[in-house]
Design a protein around this ligand. Structure first.
Ligand code: CU
Length: 98
C-alpha cells in the first residue's frame, strides 16, 4: 500500500511539472509594427496567442519594462510573451527572432 501511494505521488508530481513547464515558457510569434516610446507601447502583428485565447491580429500592447522599446525596431520579427495585467494587454518578455 505504501509503495502504491509513492507511485501515485510521483505520477502527480510529474504531471504537475510538465504542465507548468509547457505554459509560461511558450513564446508567440510576431512582427513589430509601431513603437511609441512616450506612451510605453508597441504595436505587434501577432499569431494566435493561446494563453490569451486570441486569434492572429495587429494590436497595441503596453510593455512591462520600457527598455523593451529599445531592444526591437519596427519591422523586426520577434518572439514574445504577453499577459493581461491590470486589464491591459502587456508584453512581459520579447526577443528578436533569429
Ligand atoms: Cu491580439
Amino acid at each position: 500500500m505504501l509503495r502504491f501511494m509513492r507511485v501515485l505521488a510521483l505520477a502527480a508530481a510529474m504531471t504537475g511539472a510538465s504542465t507548468l513547464a509547457a505554459q509560461p515558457m511558450e513564446l508567440s510569434e510576431g512582427e513589430v509594427r509601431r513603437i511609441d516610446k512616450e506612451q510605453g507601447k508597441m504595436s505587434i502583428r501577432h499569431g494566435p496567442l493561446a494563453n490569451l485565447d486570441m486569434p492572429a491580429m495587429t494590436m497595441v500592447f503596453v510593455v512591462s519594462d520600457r527598455a523593451m522599446l529599445d531592444q526591437v525596431k519596427v519591422g523586426d520579427k520577434v518572439r514574445f510573451q504577453a499577459d493581461k495585467i491590470g486589464g491591459q494587454y502587456t508584453v512581459t518578455r520579447i526577443e528578436r527572432a533569429q
